[in-house]
Design a protein around this ligand. Sequence first.
Ligand SMILES: Nc1ncnc2c1ncn2[C@@H]1O[C@H](COP(=O)(O)OP(=O)(O)O)[C@@H](O)[C@H]1O
Ligand SMILES: [Mg+2]
Length: 265
Amino acid sequence: MNNSNLARETAPDASPNALIEIRDLSKRFGPEQVLSDVNLSVARGDSLVLIGGSGSGKSLLLKCIVGLVTPTSGSICIDGHDTAAMPARERRAFERRFGMLFQRQGLFDSMTVWENVAFRLLQDRDLSRSDARDIADDKIRSVGLGVEVGDLYPAELSGGMQKRVGFARAIATDPDILFLDEPTAGLDPIMSNVINEIITHGVEALGATTISITSDMVSARKISNRIAMIDEGHIIWDGPTMDIDESGNPVVERFIRSNVQIFQN
Ligand SMILES: Nc1ncnc2c1ncn2[C@@H]1O[C@H](COP(=O)(O)OP(=O)(O)O)[C@@H](O)[C@H]1O
Ligand SMILES: [Mg+2]
């Protein structure tokens, strides 16, 4: 591709360092406006966490970014490319750079752990099963599990081990953009901490840009350098993690306070 093509595909006023640039994004389902004029830019290397109450639109925003849901209006540029304008084939090639851990997309029960981890490697690439297994073993080890776990089935694992395997699957293709939807949901605080450590180290090793969702502020603080809060489909606060306690926004303050109470009880 020559420079003039590149220039044309780059949004004229995109922030120079933004890897992901979301502009005026809205999503409606029938009469229900779920996302309203979302503007968000994620720099390369950022670890952004989206926080917000249940049903506020966090998962939906992630699904719009990865292309699983088509926005009603607005644009999403990744690396300067408007994703909506991208032909399907180019789009699929692009999506190989993504790693995802979805809230309701668990592990496949009928596959072994290593086959789960290697799922996209086996689908997308010209890899032999034994090469795919080698990569899967590597990822399984990187989340602190023994390679023998690879031959087990998901039902034989504890909740914490399943989350580790889910993360190993998300990083299997060495993605440079990682999306993690509630990676510690349902875990006790100690196990959440273990998973947060694994995420932090894994992301660092990959050098990936990450957008995560979590309902728990302890995890949010631990795995992010930036936080954005969604409330009823609007981004109501967005800034460095270290500034969140001085947001000056009553809704953010209430969210942080109620979150502390949950963990004290
Ligand atoms: N495919 C869909 N069809 C209709 N409504 C949807 C769909 N996906 C999400 N929603 C609605 O959008 C709102 C936000 O959902 P979601 O993003 O999953 O919330 P959360 O912030 O808890 O992740 C909810 O009210 C949900 O019912
Ligand atoms: Mg959700």
